[in-house]
Design a protein around this ligand. Structure first.
Ligand code: ADP
Ligand code: TMP
Ligand code: MG
Ligand code: ZN
Length: 258
C-alpha cells in the first residue's frame, strides 16, 4: 500500500527526519547509527542514447533486490517505446515500473518500506525532478536516475544537468559511434524535427562521437519548417523539402508536387 510521503506531510510528522524533536532527543551511538542507516543519496546515470543507461539502472536495481532492499521503479508516461509499463533497454530487458506524469507523482506510489527508487528517462521530467529526488535522498532513500545529459542538438537536456550537480555520484557512459567506432558522447537525430522531445529508437537516432556528430541538422530542420510553412500558406503547386544526408553531410533541396 502506498504511503503518504508528500513532503509537507513528511516534514511535519517524519520519524526519519534528520533534524527536529526526535533527532534532538537522540544522542551518542544510537543517533549516529540511525543517521548512517538512513543516509540517502542521488546517483545519476547519463550518456548518449545506446550508451547502456537503462541496462546499468536495471543492474543496480537487481543488485539492490539481491540485497533484499525494497525497490520501486518509475518512468514517464511519454516513454512508451518498447513497453507501456516497464522500463526497457534497447536489448528489451524489462522491469515493471510505475508510470507517472510528473516527478511529484512518485509520492502517491511510494511505499513505506522502499529503500531504493529507480527512475528512467529522467530528461522527460520537468525541473521538479531535482527537488523530488533531493527530498527523497534527504529522507534516507537511495535514488538512481538514468537519462540523457544532452539532446539531439548536443545541448544540455534539462533537468539532467541540474540533477548531476546535486548528485553524490554521476556515471557517464558511452555508446559506440556508428560512423567511426570511437566512444560516442552524442546522439544524432536522423529525421528533421525542431521539437526537443521526440520518442524514438534506432530508426530515429544514432550514437555518434564529437567528431562525427552533425549539429547542422538543427538548422536544416528549422529551414525546412520555415519553408514548409511559407509555401503551404500559398497556392503553390510545389512543396520544397530540405533533405539532409547525415552520413555524407550533404543538404539538398527537393521540389515535390503537392
Ligand atoms: P540507453 O538507455 O543508454 O539508450 P540501453 O541500456 O537501453 O541504452 O541499451 C544499451 C544496448 O544498446 C547495448 O548493450 C547494445 O546492445 C545496444 N546498442 C545498440 N547500438 C549501440 C551502439 N551504437 N553502441 C553501444 N551499444 C549499442
Ligand atoms: P534512451 O536514452 O533510453 O535510448 O532513450 C532516449 C529517449 O529520448 C528516446 O525515446 C529518444 C528521446 N530523445 C528525445 O526526445 N530528444 C532528443 O533530443 C534525444 C537525443 C532523444
Ligand atoms: Mg534507456
Ligand atoms: Zn565517430
Amino acid at each position: 500500500m502506498a504511503h503518504d510521503w508528500h513532503p509537507s506531510v513528511m516534514r511535519s510528522t517524519s520519524l526519519i527526519s534528520k533534524s527536529g524533536p526526535l533527532a534532538d532527543t537522540l544522542s551518542g551511538t544510537l543517533s549516529s547509527t540511525i543517521s548512517s542507516t538512513l543516509a540517502g543519496s542521488i546517483e545519476v546515470i547519463v550518456g548518449s542514447m545506446f550508451s547502456g543507461k537503462t541496462e546499468e539502472l536495471l543492474r543496480l536495481l537487481k543488485r539492490a533486490q539481491f540485497a533484499r532492499q525494497a525497490t520501486q521503479v518509475f518512468k514517464p508516461r511519454i516513454d512508451s517505446r518498447y513497453s507501456v509499463d516497464h522500463i526497457a533497454s534497447h536489448n528489451k530487458n524489462l522491469m515493471a515500473a510505475h508510470v507517472i506524469e510528473k516527478a511529484a507523482d512518485i509520492y502517491q506510489h511510494l511505499r513505506a518500506d522502499t529503500r531504493v527508487v529507480g527512475i528512467d528517462e529522467g530528461q522527460f521530467f520537468d525541473q521538479e525532478l531535482v527537488d523530488v529526488c533531493s527530498d527523497l535522498a534527504d529522507r534516507g532513500l537511495r535514488v538512481i536516475v538514468a537519462g540523457l545529459d544532452t539532446n539531439w542538438r548536443g545541448k544540455p537536456f534539462h533537468p539532467m544537468p541540474e540533477l548531476m550537480a546535486v548528485a553524490e555520484h554521476v556515471h557517464k557512459l558511452h555508446a559506440v559511434c556508428v560512423v567511426c567506432g570511437a566512444a560516442a558522447s552524442r546522439t544524432q537525430r536522423l529525421r528533421p524535427s525542431t521539437q526537443e522531445i521526440l520518442v524514438g529508437d534506432d530508426s530515429s537516432y544514432e550514437a555518434r562521437c564529437r567528431e562525427c556528430f552533425d549539429n547542422s541538422l538543427g538548422l536544416v530542420a528549422e529551414l525546412d519548417l520555415a519553408m514548409d510553412e511559407g509555401i503551404t500558406g500559398t497556392d503553390a503547386g510545389t512543396h520544397l523539402l530540405v533533405a539532409h544526408d547525415c552520413h555524407k553531410n550533404i543538404h539538398t533541396v527537393h521540389a515535390h508536387e503537392l
